[in-house]
Design a protein around this ligand. Structure first.
Ligand code: GAF
Length: 384
């Protein structure tokens, strides 16, 4: 993190006339171990916060203007936006550039106010579009920054919910609550089992030095601002409606089978979506038990089942992710591997013995090079 904060301070000083930033905030990205596309269905998720962060540094100003610079990945020069702080009767509105919507949404939905003007610089080590929650880490870092300018009541659940609302209303992504929750509540050395219906959070220690988590980026960029993610959410809501349930959390495979015959072909898709969600919620609950009892093999098998279900029933994987998972699973000492995050590209997460990390990386490298390979890279190796 230090390098990114240092970069932010340097860019701040270069951009804002040699001034040093007086306040700063940061928030982590996440990797989801299991429980994909279950959060907006009231189900369980099991993410962990990553040692990859978005940082915001800045200084208040007294003319009611907000000026923000981001140092985007791969950009030649910092990108700057400037606008008036929101006042009653003059709310902020979404627009372009896209990245600014995440920031403006948080400023608009901040729970205390009025927010004064400020200058700020944003940097990040979370890969953009990598399925590691770069969006939520930006929202939560910005919210945490605003808390220092203009303190709110400090309620963490409300903070996560405000960031989720920002994402719904400004970039227009109807996301669940997982990413904002783990970015706000993540605990070092733990995964969090989150019940997305009750919002109950159970920290599960990851404290075995023989265990590691490897995150590999397919570098196929995914964008949840397209139509695929909202389509999936709508299909789940339709399926719940056909089953007469409030959400798919309340449905079982028996409920689903009972409705299979009378449904039309377009609803067949909803059937498969529901099948993924119902089984994924069960898998996540079982995975939490497996983790608690140190049954990594059991956990790994559930990860593989999760990947297959996301690929075959939820249709959110892609060949590059499938390849990365298949190669990792050939290595002795690998317990399980799956795509992680929203899908359509992004990263895989692999649970493995610490001693298997190097040979897994090597096999991925050699196999993909031999195949004329995809442009993958490693994001993180976390030893537990
Ligand atoms: C994205 C969303 F933002 C999350 O809420 C979640 O639905 C995830 O995709 C899929 O599990 O990260």
């Amino acid at each position: 993190m230090a390098a990114h904060v240092e970069q932010a301070r340097r860019v701040f000083s270069e951009t804002f006339g040699g001034d040093e930033p007086r306040i700063g905030a940061f928030a982590p990205g996440r990797v989801n171990l299991i429980g994909e596309h279950t959060d907006y269905n009231g189900g369980f998720v099991l993410p962990m916060a990553l040692p990859l962060f978005t940082a915001v540094v800045g200084t208040p100003r007294d003319d009611g203007r907000i000026s923000i610079v981001t140092v985007a990945e791969g950009a030649d020069a910092p990108h700057r936006i400037e606008f008036a702080a929101p006042r009653e009767g003059a709310p902020l509105k979404p627009g372009s550039p896209k990245w600014a919507n995440y920031v403006k949404g948080v400023i608009q939905h901040y729970r205390a106010g009025p927010i004064p003007g400020f200058n700020a610089v944003i940097t990040t080590s979370v890969p953009l579009g990598g399925g590691l929650s770069s969006s939520a880490s930006l929202e939560v870092a910005m919210y945490t920054f605003l808390q220092q300018l203009c303190p709110d009541d400090g309620d963490l659940t409300q903070k996560a919910l405000a960031c989720q609302k920002a994402e719904h209303t400004f970039p227009g992504v109807p996301c669940g609550i997982m990413d904002q929750f783990i970015s706000v509540l993540g605990k070092e050395g733990h995964a969090l089992l989150i019940d997305c219906r009750s919002l109950e959070v159970t920290p599960l220690p990851l404290a075995d030095p023989g265990l590691a988590v490897l995150i590999t980026n397919s570098n196929v960029r995914h964008e949840l601002t397209g139509s695929e993610y909202p389509d999936r959410r709508r299909q789940c809501e339709e399926a719940a409606k056909v089953l007469g349930k409030e959400t798919l959390r309340d449905a079982s495979l028996e409920d689903l089978d009972g409705k299979r015959l009378p449904i039309m072909p377009s609803v067949e898709v909803c059937y498969r979506r529901a099948q993924h969600v119902i089984t994924e919620i069960e898998r996540t609950a079982s995975a939490a038990q497996a983790l608690k009892s140190g049954n990594y093999r059991g956990f790994g098998k559930l990860m593989v089942d999760s990947h297959n279900s996301l690929r075959d029933d939820y249709d959110v994987s892609c060949p590059e992710l499938d390849d990365l998972v298949a190669i990792a699973l050939e290595v002795p000492g690998v317990y399980g591997s799956r795509m992680t995050g929203g899908g359509f590209g992004g990263c895989t997460v692999t649970l493995l013995e610490t001693s298997a990390v190097e040979r897994t990386k090597q096999l991925i490298q050699v196999t993909l090079k031999f195949q004329g390979g995809s442009n993958f890279s490693y994001c993180a190796v976390i030893t537990c």
